[in-house]
Design a protein around this ligand. Structure first.
Ligand code: HEM
Ligand code: HEM
Length: 232
């Protein structure tokens, strides 16, 4: 079940959305919310690291990792390494981003893990770590037998897409949650900041959609493909 469109079209649109998302989340957290800091008397600056690293790390770099197989005209082995490294960066930034949210809560004496967003977030990061370790062991080192690899691949692709989509959805929920908190403390509902946060979430959803489209479409250049699966 593949779309008869070259992935390059989807990947190109995804790059524009990724750039827009990065700029928007940085403008929000630095210009509107006062900046980013690991140690600061103003604790909200520690929180600000959270949306920046979750969006740029888990969502955008995670999405770029997924698009490598369809977007790059390189040998499969090279793409596999790029895919693995980008997912490792996404995972590490995600873990640091979540740590920043905990650090902010602890230093402000706010309880941890009280929201649906945080519960889903913990589930997503743990499963992402498991998906990475399984992928590494089966597809890279030491590598499973060819039977295990071809059995695992469709599961890897489907579970990877589900996890990525959950990360996109949870990031959107995080934007909503933070905006509602800010509005409760007086932020204008139709002000510039509120529009910026909502549009950042819209861009995040669209980026997720284009990453999924890329997986369902035709690879840019087929170099000695011997994959056990064709696009879903
Ligand atoms: C995939 C992306 C994301 C994941 C996996 C994630 C995960 C988490 C986790 C695990 C916590 C709990 C921290 C604690 O209990 O101390 C948290 C808190 C929080 N996150 Fe995120 N987050 C993501 C993206 C975002 C984004 C983009 C925002 C936008 C502002 C955001 C806003 C918040 C807020 C306001 C809290 C504190 C309130 C709460 O615990 O629900 N998150 N996040
Ligand atoms: C060390 C870590 C990883 C390795 C070695 C690995 C390996 C692979 C391999 C060999 C493919 C098959 C490409 C093909 O034959 O067409 C693939 C595809 C894919 N992987 Fe991973 N993977 C890893 C981590 C992850 C993670 C953490 C996720 C998501 C959470 C993920 C999501 C995907 C998706 C969605 C595809 C389908 C891409 C497409 O066909 O366009 N992978 N991966």
């Amino acid at each position: 079940m593949a779309i008869g469109v070259n992935a390059l079209a989807f990947v190109a649109v995804a790059q524009v959305l990724a750039l827009a998302g990065v700029v928007m989340v940085l403008v929000w957290c630095i210009y509107f919310m006062g900046g980013l800091a690991w140690e600061a008397p103003k604790k909200s600056l520690i929180f600000n690291i959270h949306p920046v690293l979750m969006l740029i790390g888990l969502v955008i770099i995670g999405g770029e990792a997924i698009m490598t197989f369809k977007a790059l005209p390189l040998k499969k082995e090279v793409k596999k390494i790029i895919h693995m490294v980008l997912h490792a960066i996404a995972l590490v930034l995600g873990i640091i981003g979540i740590y920043a949210a905990f650090k902010f809560h602890n230093e402000e004496s706010i309880v941890n893990l009280y929201s649906l967003h945080s519960w889903l977030g913990m589930g997503i990061i743990v499963l992402y770590g498991i998906q990475w370790i399984y992928g590494f062991l089966i597809f890279l080192f030491p590598g499973g037998s060819s039977a295990v690899r071809s059995e695992s691949l469709p599961w890897h692709v489907i579970l990877g897409l589900i996890l990525f989509s959950l990360a996109v959805g949870n990031a959107v929920m995080g934007f909503l949650e933070k905006l509602v908190f800010l509005e409760t403390y007086g932020l204008a509902k139709f002000g510039a900041e509120a529009y910026l946060v909502n549009f950042t979430a819209v861009v995040t959803v669209l980026y997720g959609v284009f990453v999924v489209f890329s997986v369902l479409s035709q690879p840019v250049v087929v170099v000695e493909e011997e994959s056990a699966y064709t696009a879903l």
